[in-house]
Write a protein that binds this ligand. Structure first.
Ligand SMILES: *Cc1c(COP(=O)(O)O)cnc(C)c1O
Length: 420
């Protein structure tokens, strides 16, 4: 893939100047390859927050209703750009809450164990917060997570195969109440064929939810067509909205008039009657009906600023093209320059990888931790997932080919020095 190809529309790192990149020192720019964990800060985020602070100072409570960013309707400003990132309709998405809390909300509504159909199917090695959430929900229903949380193990190649999910559901599908699967596995960086997973789950009569923490803003999504019941994500990874930023959720349009169980709060109440303070809950149609509380505007304004950049960049198709070029270049250089010492565990077929490449260092854990620390001391940030995985995620909005080259060159030099 040629990333100077005018067809691509977006050159890796083209928006670098619109970000503040951590790690710069002594005149040399930082190399920040950690957008899989906390995306870099968009300069526009500062203005967006300042502007709401100013509105608060000058308007006070009137800020809820006045002006183009009236706080009572602020979430609506995010719906269209979020829907575009998710391949969803506006009514199917809402910026609200935080990831784990949203996952609990969705499980309350869509995990409905009945008779012998009561298992939740997840991947072995899932992100701990997701594991805690599903186990505690199983518990809330008076069931035993030991039996009713089923973890599907990776094969010997360390990867989870869609075929194995299909096989499991083929055999035990009538015992599965819900499948919860990631769009991108956080440790290995593997991208899943979520269309296939949703199809298999629905065929088995199970509900299906996706955790898109590592997928949103990283790979193109097509949620409306694929048809999960729900999806959840956070906004501080590839969406660059800052630590603890407002998260989001998707509820498929077929549930727009959902009347099953849910946790309710006044921000989910129909906006036309919300402030009449009536006792009876009548939810907004669609995803907005799952909002609970007043939107935390200061944790939402950075997301609005960041989503504008995704729009300016030409959306996920353009960014995906640039991203594949960058991670492909990283994989190529790792093989060429560091192949003796580092093995990439992320599958390398383009449709099975996103921004992040996960790598295993043959020299082991102590050497890996030392390497990460020294990289950091030279202004290069990537991260470590125990026991032995280095994750580096060039993000096309702000990472360049030079970033990838500096990471490789420095890693090579530090490993050589370590060998003495
Ligand atoms: C990042 C991440 C989380 C974090 O959850 P918070 O509630 O935002 O702290 C949860 N699950 C997965 C899969 C993640 O990647």
């Amino acid at each position: 893939m040629n990333d100077n190809d005018p067809q691509s529309g977006f050159t890796p790192g083209q928006f670098r100047e619109r970000f503040r990149i951590p790690g710069g020192m002594r005149g040399a720019p930082g190399v920040y390859l950690c957008g899989n964990s906390l995306g870099a800060q968009p300069r526009a985020a500062v203005d967006a927050v300042d502007s709401e602070l100013e509105r608060w100072a000058t308007l006070g409570v009137a800020g809820h209703f006045d002006g183009p960013t009236a706080w009572t309707e602020y979430h609506e400003l995010l719906s269209t750009p979020l829907a575009r990132l998710c391949g969803a309709r506006d009514i199917e998405v809402v910026a609200t809450g935080t990831l784990t809390a949203n996952l609990h909300q969705m499980l309350i509504s869509f995990y409905r164990p009945k008779g012998t159909r009561r298992r939740i199917l997840v991947e072995k090695g899932s992100f701990p917060s997701d594991r805690y959430a599903v186990a505690s929900q199983v518990h809330l229903h008076g069931l035993d997570p030991e039996h009713d949380v089923v973890e599907l193990a990776p094969r010997r190649d360390g990867l989870l195969h869609e075929e194995d999910i299909e096989d499991y559901l083929e055999h035990y599908g009538d015992q599965v109440a819900l499948v919860l699967w990631p769009g991108v596995q956080y440790a290995t960086g593997q991208v899943f064929d979520t269309a296939r997973i949703c199809r298999a789950a629905r065929k088995a009569g199970a509900a299906v939810g996706l955790d898109l923490a590592h997928a949103v803003g990283n790979v193109p999504l097509n949620l409306h067509e694929e048809g999960p019941d729900f999806a959840v994500w956070c906004s501080y990874k590839y969406l660059n909205a800052g630590p603890g930023a407002i998260a989001g959720l998707f509820v498929h349009e077929r549930h727009a008039r959902f009347d099953g169980p849910r946790l309710a709060g006044w921000w989910g109440q129909d906006v036309h009657t919300r402030f009449q303070m009536r006792p009876r809950f009548r939810p907004e149609a669609g995803a907005a009906g799952w909002q609970l509380s007043t939107l935390p505007i200061l944790a939402t304004a950075p997301l609005l600023a960041s989503l504008q950049m995704f729009e300016d960049a030409g959306g996920m198709p353009a960014l995906r093209h640039a991203s594949l070029a960058l991670s492909g270049y990283l994989a190529h250089l790792v093989h060429e320059e560091l192949g003796e010492e580092i093995e990439i565990i992320t599958p390398l077929e383009p449709h099975r990888r996103g921004c992040q490449l996960s790598m295993r260092l043959h020299a082991g854990e102590a050497a890996g931790r030392r390497l990460l620390e020294r990289l950091q001391a030279h202004g290069v940030t990537c991260d470590w997932r125990g026991p032995d995985i280095i994750r580096a995620a060039p993000a096309p909005l702000y990472n360049t080919r030079e970033d990838v080259e500096r990471f490789i060159e420095l890693t090579g030099r530090l490993l050589a020095a370590d060998r003495g």
